[in-house]
Ligand binder design. Sequence first.
Ligand code: MF3
Ligand code: CO
Ligand code: CO
Length: 265
Amino acid sequence: MTQQDVACYSLDQFDGMRAAGRLAAATLDYITPFVKPGVTTGQLDKLLEEYMRDHGAVPGTLNYHGYPKASCISANHIVCHGIPGDKILYSGDIINIDITPILDGWYGDTSRMYYVGTPSVKAKRVCEAAYFSMMAGIEKALIGNTVGDIGRAIETVAHNERFSVVEDFCGHGVGKSFHMLPNILNYGKPGEGMMLKEGMIFTVEPMVNTGGPEVQILSDGWTAITKDRSLSAQFEHTIGITPNGPEIFTLSPKGYTFPPYPEDA
Ligand code: MF3
Ligand code: CO
Ligand code: CO
């Protein structure tokens, strides 16, 4: 891959991403009070789909390479791409909800962790580690830095907590399509890899495991779980590179960052 393969947008095109990102984040805000013991992931998916459509968007995951749902909902040892269905949420579960509404052709890709009832101390710790590793990566998203600077910042936060980062999935360029270059690996060496340029738009989405980094894909062809069945957590923001630093398109309108959210009280 060369630097030329990477889509760069002009800063006046960022408005489309601002709107798509804001809707994605508002959708995650909206679902917060529904994440309770007893609800199924399929019921949450229906609500998410309705909200996105009611606000003029189409769920980007639906039929994406055959993916069947409007969201990915990944509980506990599921690393990512959990398919919503009959799974009932129980107190103590931690879940990631990942959505990508397409609004006026622009893809806003974001995910957060949610607590169902009261999770264990370790479950809370891995959620917080995933959040702070994502934010550490975003802080390095500066013109002239490289993707290796982002990856190193991400893995350092996870390793300081004695957790591992998944190496089989990465952040990605996004904008007028869902997945493109650059790849934003969740590990790396400072100064190595592709250089960051003004107008690049990509996601930062580290997955942090309490055990080892290895994953396994279930027979549905999508669901990724930790090989050792340890807990996994992930957050995702979509950002754009500007001369003033990273602009986060998917910030919560309600100011939510990591759980517990105000509704959980
Ligand atoms: N939203 C995921 C990401 O962050 C991709 C999901 S693709 C799907 O890149 F097909 F699994 F939905
Ligand atoms: Co993504
Ligand atoms: Co996503």
